[in-house]
Design a protein. Sequence first.
Length: 277
Amino acid sequence: MNVFKNTLTYFGLLFGVVAQAQSVSVMSYNIRYDNPHDKENAWTQGDRKEKVIQVIKEQNPDILGVQEALAHQVAYLEDHLSDYQFVGVGRDDGNSAGEYAAIFFNTNKFQLLDSGYFWLSETPEKPSKGWDATCCNRIATWVKLQMGKVSFYVFNTHFDHEGEIAQQESARLLQEKMLPLIKAKIPILLLGDLNITPDNKAIASIQTILKDTFKKEDNNHNATFNAFDLNNLPTKRIDYIFISKYLKSKNYRIIDKKINGLYPSDHFPITAQIKLR
């Protein structure tokens, strides 16, 4: 009888480990570039950079996509997130200049199989500003990760904030890159600050191939952009976690906490638990 019970316990634990191994926690977080004009919210003033690390460590995501991070901010994250490796380059030169859309992943859980990046433009293979983008180059980073027997892709990006054609075409370019993976039934996660609300046509375009993990909360503002404004409730949801349509998600959250009376960034990080299969 004891042997039977022990066997059941063993298989129960085994299946539990397998089930857990197929689930990943993800976070998308625009950490706000280091702008000295942000005064008390500047990266190097006060303790904002420590607050960002605190939020990340409290949520402990398996995969983290950050937007707007400059090279020294990426280095700071790397120094303080010891279990993680990152992939990404600066959008201005494909090396270290300009903002990164970096992907951090926990090396205790994943093996990096492949990685790359492309610009959101008519010439995605080289640093470039696309279509009617207003200020700067925009970039997307991707990784192919292995977890157990499951391999999957993660994309992280940051759309232009004004150019409507650039937003539409950026969504189309992502579709173009992802369609072969979708046809091969390889799981996809897309993280990013898309600078557009859910009613935008570019979101509808993305949703033809992926689904939004967002879950509305009745007692929440359900917005992700706070502009460091402590006096008014945020209204815009412009940060997203999309997944392949056949994947399942749970525990979607907008992490809207203040630390020492201030927001760690002008965006709230968002998190979700994704079941890979």
